[in-house]
Design a protein around this ligand. Structure first.
Ligand code: DX5
Ligand code: ZN
Length: 221
């Protein structure tokens, strides 16, 4: 697998032309499509559900789709997204009554699983699941909206989670989400992240390839 994965968040794409937007960002060098599901309950905003994921698969998108569930409860949505062709499904531990069961549901459905920690969510949520998760997503903004500023205290948290991953001896991806752009991606990588979500920093630009290339250039330094 590539050392660094760039995962554009379609939250900032033009929803009226979603299939073309996803094709375009993949042609521009994206590794993974980040799919932000919001329910106006766990977070104060509403986006899209599994039907849109299925529609992208039917349209011919075969790249990995990284589903970030900002919903509560989670298990019903997990089942729908497994059916819709999700590659990875992550959820917030506070949003699930039985975290281990939800993780196992994802694995049993053949997708990769992970937990998402908000900026103020403590790391102890990882204590008994390091043998199970394929990915850990650290939020560097409070979830619900694109275009927010990166919260700097996340960098220290990235370092701490990287230490835990190393100690686990497992190949767990460490993804960071919120406020990432070319000017801060290198520091986030140096702290230990290997997967980067970016919404506005890619989709709000005219040239998606230039935006992704600028991030890769920083990562290559
Ligand atoms: C926020 C979402 C993020 C968001 C990132 O709740 O999880 O994926 O879209 O957007 P930017 O890159 O604009 O901060
Ligand atoms: Zn996200």
């Amino acid at each position: 697998s590539k050392p660094y994965l760039i995962a554009p968040s379609i939250l900032s794409a033009d929803f009226a032309r979603l299939g073309e937007e996803v094709e375009k960002v993949l042609e521009s060098g994206a590794d993974v499509i980040h799919f932000d599901v919001m329910d106006n309950h766990y977070v104060p905003n509403l986006t899209f559900g599994s039907m849109i994921c299925k529609a992208l698969r039917d349209y011919g998108i075969d790249a990995p789709i990284d589903v970030h569930l900002m919903v509560s409860p989670v298990d019903g949505m997990i089942e729908q997204f497994l059916e819709a062709g999700a590659s990875v499904i992550t959820f917030h531990p506070e949003a699930s009554a039985h975290v281990d069961r939800s993780l196992q549901l994802i694995k049993d459905g053949g997708a990769e699983c992970g937990l998402v920690l908000n900026p103020a969510t403590p790391l102890h949520h990882l204590d008994y699941v390091m043998d199970k998760v394929d990915q850990i997503l650290l939020m560097s903004v409070n979830p619900g909206f694109g275009g927010q500023s990166f919260i700097d205290s996340t960098l220290n948290k990235v370092r701490q989670v990287r230490e835990r991953i190393t100690a686990s001896g497992r190949d767990i991806r460490l993804e960071v989400d919120g406020g990432i752009k070319a000017s801060n991606i290198r520091a986030i990588a140096e702290a230990g992240a290997d997967m980067f979500v970016a919404g506005s920093a890619i989709f709000n630009q005219q040239d998606y390839k230039a935006a992704i290339d600028a991030m890769r250039a920083e990562l290559a330094l």
